[in-house]
Ligand binder design. Structure first.
Ligand code: NAI
Length: 338
């Protein structure tokens, strides 16, 4: 018996059935691209999350092995694997949260936009499946270029008549995780005590850390601001170069994705005061999509926070970010409507 057999317990015994169906309270979560560099550690960490009752692992390769492996962990979530396009519907039906790390990662010398041609099509297909099978699910989109893939997903959902801006979230949490780490290093603090808002988008100059709003309140020299801004904006490239052709950030990304997914699930559960940065449909600037702090609740994004007071350095950064973001958004929208 494998964990792919959702209706029977081992030996087909009736008493196995309740749990094999995922009978316990909790949320149903699907990971699309679950056999990849991010997908595997993400699947492992989600299997450890007590808010998850059912975990669906979908990929176009290798899900049987990953599913068999992860399903042996003695935590609550029931794990099921789904392989290939013909099993996408089964993977998505009934899901509360869908996390998407499917697609190719960068190699040294590549920008995230260089991934557009391959990943745009992958995201479009997967979102068509979501529109059909679980239109009410919260979607956490990780596949790059996030600045364009989120607008692609929105267009797909609009065409299907299922678009709910509160439920589509681009994952920029890794930028926040990096910013917290690098700022803590400079200040000599524990990273867990540091909170750096990172707004804009998820590529190069569109990643805009608001160092004037760091908690706990602190001040930086101009040299520190230049160093931190550069390191936060190029943290991904730092990993791509260190991995020297073997991919981009996977372990820190899986950590960040779980931190974000957990916040979404706590919001769905009704916990109060859950605020994280995310790239969403927004009116915070004149652009249709923008990353900023959002409050997560039972219906997804329940409130989008304004950017707050920016200093001159951040205002200049914001203008640069908006210029690049506008082009990336347009590219995503045109891809679906071409
Ligand atoms: P990977 O190549 O190791 O894994 C990607 C997985 O997607 C593979 O298992 C592949 O079989 C699967 N896949 C390909 N086409 C698919 C389809 N049509 N349906 C379902 N699965 C499909 O790549 P890795 O390192 O896991 O990165 C995944 C994506 O995440 C990349 O686009 C990367 O740029 C992005 N990323 C995003 C970050 C963020 O902060 N938002 C940070 C790091 C990476």
């Amino acid at each position: 018996p494998s964990s792919n057999s959702p209706t029977e317990g081992p030996l087909g015994l009736e008493r196995g059935i309740c749990r094999a169906k995922g009978g316990s309270a909790g949320f149903k979560v699907a990971i699309l691209g679950a056999a990849g560099g991010i997908g595997q550690p993400l699947a492992m960490l989600m299997k450890m999350n007590p808010l998850v009752s059912v975990l669906h692992l979908y990929d176009v390769v290798n899900t049987p092995g990953v599913t068999a492996d992860i399903s042996h962990m003695d935590t609550g979530a029931v794990v099921r694997g789904f392989l290939g396009q013909q099993q996408l519907e089964g993977a998505l039906t009934g899901m509360d949260l869908v996390i998407i790390p499917a697609g190719v990662p960068r190699k040294p010398g590549m920008t995230r936009d260089d991934l557009f041609n391959i990943n745009a099509g992958i995201v479009k297909t997967l979102c068509e499946g979501i529109a059909k099978c679980c239109p009410k699910a919260i979607v956490n989109l990780i596949s790059n270029p996030v600045n364009s893939t989120v607008p692609i997903a929105a267009e797909v959902f609009k065409r299907a008549g299922t678009f709910d801006p509160k439920r589509l979230l681009g994952v920029t949490m890794l930028d926040v995780v990096r910013a917290n780490t690098f700022v803590a290093e400079v200040l000599g603090l524990d990273p867990r005590e540091v909170d750096v808002p990172v707004v804009g988008g998820h590529a190069g100059v569109t990643i805009l850390p608001l160092l004037s709003q760091v908690k706990p309140p602190c001040s930086f020299t101009q040299k520190e601001i230049d160093y931190l801004t550069d390191r936060i904006q190029n943290g991904g490239t730092e990993v791509v170069e260190a991995k020297a052709g073997a991919g981009s950030a996977t372990l820190s990304m899986a950590y960040a994705a779980v931190k974000f997914a957990d916040a979404c699930l706590r919001g769905l559960r009704g916990d109060a005061g859950i605020v994280e940065c995310s790239y969403v449909a927004s009116h915070v600037t004149e652009l249709p999509f923008f990353a900023s702090k959002v409050r997560l609740g039972r219906t997804g994004v329940e409130e989008i926070h304004a950017l707050g007071p920016l200093n001159e350095y951040e205002r200049v950064g914001l203008e640069k970010a908006k210029k690049e973001l506008a082009a990336s958004i347009q590219k995503g929208v045109s891809f679906v409507n071409k």
